[in-house]
Design a protein around this ligand. Structure first.
Ligand SMILES: C[S@@+](CC[C@H](N)C(=O)[O-])C[C@H]1O[C@@H](n2cnc3c(N)ncnc32)[C@H](O)[C@@H]1O
Length: 327
């Protein structure tokens, strides 16, 4: 994409410097539900700056002693939620290049310490830095997250940001992402609009493009956790032939090697065997116990469907994968 890179990244910084000074109600999904956790009070100033478009904090991904990285800290809500699980000094490294945003996050963490006796702002190591050149050592992170930032980047910058995440993660480390995606390609007159892009409205890729960017950075296992309607770019306001639905997607990408026959992408497709034997074995490493639903990756789902068995159902993707499964 031909876009003078300095000016679009500058627009992004301006938009988020403004959003740090005064909460912007319509920026991203400030109206989305807050992840409530027992004993966690989210300060009001922080909840008003919920600039994410989904959720990246999935407790089942977090293990004791994990080193956590959060890129694009915003008001700090998700970094605080991650600190809720980690509860030790420096456990969450939170990075942002926009100085007013870092300052705002810092003051929100101070407010959070007043409202949450278990929380110490030292749990979060706030660093000035850029997703395109992370101030983080190679292979030092167990769990990384970004919410509603990577969609802003051009394809070249997205590839760089994903490869930075891949660089800093340990082998088998997890990257949790939430971003808008587009149900069809966004036309150039919107994609090249710096302000719309900065506001997370016009940089979105399609589902296939988004996943292939993640695989292209070297992530061999991908879990699609959720997909939901986000915004409509309507014909009249955005100069389109037809309304264009944006969705928000939540994905966890795992730093496993990409298998020779392609990545394992779990989207909620499930195999259920209901035949006469105790189990069905496809002879290729997939054993489906009778009456026990087995989530399968898209590759395995396709291979099992081709068998055309009357006693094995392979459901469509739900885009709501919650763990477990074939490979
Ligand atoms: C849409 S907001 C999302 C904030 C937060 N993740 C949330 O869910 O509320 C994007 C955040 O990324 C930050 N940001 C902008 N450009 C960045 C970059 N190049 N690298 C890292 N963070 C960046 C902004 O300052 C802002 O805090």
């Amino acid at each position: 994409m031909m876009m003078p890179e300095r000016s679009y990244l500058e627009s992004v910084r301006e938009v988020y410097a403004d959003a740090a000074h005064a909460p912007q109600k319509k920026l991203c999904c400030t109206t989305s539900a807050l992840g409530r956790l027992p004993g966690l009070t989210i300060p009001r100033a922080m909840s008003e700056m919920n600039y994410g478009c989904g959720v990246t904090v999935h407790p089942s991904d977090l293990r004791p002693h994990d080193t956590i990285l959060y890129v694009g800290v915003g008001g700090g809500m998700e970094a605080l939620q991650l600190a809720y699980f980690a509860r030790r000094p420096g456990a969450v490294i939170a990075v942002d290049p926009v100085w007013p945003m870092l300052e705002k996050a810092r003051s929100n963490f101070r407010a959070a310490a007043v409202e949450n006796p278990w929380f110490d702002p030292n749990f979060i190591d706030l660093r000035e830095g850029d997703a395109l050149a992370l101030p983080v050592d190679d292979a030092s992170i167990d769990f990384a997250a970004q919410n509603c930032l990577f969609n802003i980047f051009t394809r070249e910058h997205l590839a760089r940001a994903l490869s930075e995440m891949h660089r800093v993660l340990r082998p088998h480390g997890r990257l949790s992402l939430s971003d808008p995606i587009a149900t069809r390609p966004i036309p150039a007159h919107l994609a090249d609009d710096h302000r719309l892009r900065a506001e997370c409205l016009s940089g979105a890729l399609t589902y296939d493009e988004y996943l292939s960017a993640i695989v292209g950075a070297g992530f061999g296992t991908i879990e699609v956790r959720a997909r939901a309607p986000y915004r409509v770019l309507d014909r009249a306001r955005y100069g389109l032939d037809d309304h264009l639905l944006l969705e928000s997607i939540e994905v966890v990408a795992i730093k496993d090697p990409v298998p020779a026959d392609g990545p394992c992408i779990f989207t909620g497709a499930t195999a259920v065997y209901f035949g006469g034997d105790e189990q069905f074995d496809d002879g290729r490493g997939h054993v489906v116990e009778r009456d026990l639903p087995l989530p399968v990756c898209d590759k395995t789902a396709a291979a099992l469907r081709v068998l055309g068995r009357g006693d094995l159902m392979v459901t469509e993707s739900t885009y709501h994968y919650r763990g477990g499964g074939c490979c």
